[in-house]
Design a protein. Structure first.
Length: 246
């Protein structure tokens, strides 16, 4: 796991977008796994700009999302279906047949998890997995304690995650559960890019990069991954090298 530190959010976002585009230029049919949240918005913006200026086509790529809230219809404004459509998929030339987002409204969520996991396998696994990181070190909705051998499954969100995400929901009540791709599937990605911005991520970044590999800090698993790059702005990197990670 290596870290690249950029002066600010814009520079970090541009570099992450370029890393994705470089991969797609090499392999236009690459399989990408993508995150939601505030952090990747800059990267998506740059990717959309590059698409509009004719630099890159996404038409042959396959897309999987990392997670979705359980119990939200795909047109719920806080769903990750809507987020991805508004910020990325609806703005590029992606083939709708190759866009996969877990169905949080599935009648049988366990069957939906199996279907989603099988679709990842049928696509040949993930070439590039783009990740954010939670303040508690989560990746996707794999909260602290998530087993490193886990696959796509229904998970209970931690209270801290629900609090951070509460503003997206009426009455400030985020769903209690979600579907997330598991740790083992993330680990099997051929390349992982983890993006972090801001001082509120600094402790999690330091714990992941400088602490022990432990299921209590899910992102620390990536230390064992052969091809992971952290894209950090200076604020997110501000706890590195201080010996504060446990
Ligand atoms: P954020 O979320 O980008 O909104 O901070 C990241 C995450 O929780 O994984």
């Amino acid at each position: 796991m290596r870290a690249r530190v950029f002066p600010d959010y814009e520079a970090m976002s541009a570099a992450a977008a370029h890393a994705v585009v470089d991969r797609l230029v090499e392999e236009p049919s690459a399989v990408l796994m993508l995150p939601t949240g505030t952090t990747p918005l800059g990267m998506y913006g740059r990717l959309v700009e590059m698409h509009r200026s004719g630099e890159i086509s996404f038409s042959e790529a396959t897309f999987f999302n990392l997670d979705e809230y359980l119990g939200l219809l795909p047109d719920h404004p806080a769903s990750y279906h809507v987020y991805m459509k508004e910020n990325f998929y609806g703005l590029i030339d992606a083939d709708p047949a190759r866009i996969f987002v877990p169905d949080g409204a599935a009648d049988d969520p366990e069957a939906e998890c199996e279907r989603y996991q099988a679709a990842i396998g049928e696509a040949g696994g993930i070439d590039v997995c783009v990740l954010g990181i939670g303040r508690n070190g989560h990746i996707g909705f794999n909260e602290p304690g998530a087993p490193f051998d886990s696959r796509t499954r229904v998970v209970r969100l931690s209270e801290s995650t629900r609090l951070v995400n509460a503003g997206d929901f009426e009455a400030d009540r985020a769903p209690e559960r979600a579907i997330t791709v598991g740790m083992a599937t993330i680990f099997e990605s051929r390349e992982a890019l983890l993006l972090a911005s801001g001082t509120n991520k600094a402790a999690a970044v330091a714990a992941a990069l400088e602490g022990d590999v432990s299921e209590s800090v899910p992102a620390s698993m990536l230390k064992k991954h052969p091809n992971t790059t952290l894209f950090l702005d200076e604020d997110a990197a501000s706890d590195l090298g201080r010996g504060v990670a446990s």
